[in-house]
Ligand binder design. Structure first.
Ligand SMILES: [Zn+2]
Length: 182
């Protein structure tokens, strides 16, 4: 299984294409539905905390979101993990264009009013600005890219939910637990 995936993909939200990265072209379609096997594979890579349901499969090195790819009859399709969760909940509905993380956890795939909801790019950016997130900016506010943060989160919980390891990975540790810097 691919743990790290930095291939430019159709359908990426809010991110420019990375020119010149793809060296191999494969048949691709936005129309193939995921099989039951693909859906099982998706859920096998989700760790459910009491709050967020966290994707621990492939992560894009470009935008830091989860990725899932599947193939049918030699044709492949890739989606961000949270968009895949929305597909399972709502079907292949073009009336929304992005998923919005109300929980501000990019790896969350829990379709729920408090976590992941279907949205439009405009509404998503408005919400990001209201939350102090930088919208299309990939940084997390603590000097890491979203991809670096996502990789740290995945490493912390990929073997099971661990609230302390998760808190450390997202940088929410108590002051008393911080290492002395000087
Ligand atoms: Zn969440």
């Amino acid at each position: 299984m691919t743990l790290f995936d930095d291939i430019p993909l159709p359908g990426l939200e809010l991110e420019p294409r990375h020119e010149g990265v793809v060296t191999e072209r494969r048949a691709y379609s936005n129309a193939i539905a995921p099989s039951a096997h693909t859906i099982d594979r998706f859920w096998s890579r989700v760790i459910r905390s009491p709050g967020c349901w966290l994707w621990v499969g492939a992560i894009s090195g470009g935008d830091g979101y989860g990725r899932i790819t599947w193939r049918r009859d030699g044709v492949s399709r890739t989606m961000s993990a949270h968009r895949f969760a929305l597909l399972l909940a709502y079907g292949d509905d073009d009336s929304y264009t992005v998923g919005e993380h109300r929980c501000n956890e990019p790896l969350c795939v829990r379709v729920d009013d408090g976590h992941l909801i279907p949205s439009t790019q405009t509404a998503n950016l408005r919400y990001a600005v209201a939350c102090g997130r930088a919208g299309a900016n990939r940084t997390t506010g603590d000097g890491r890219t979203r991809a670096q943060r996502s990789l740290a989160v995945r490493a912390a919980i990929c073997n099971g939910w661990d609230p302390i390891a998760y808190a450390e990975a997202v940088g929410k540790v108590e002051d008393r637990d911080l290492p002395t810097l000087f």
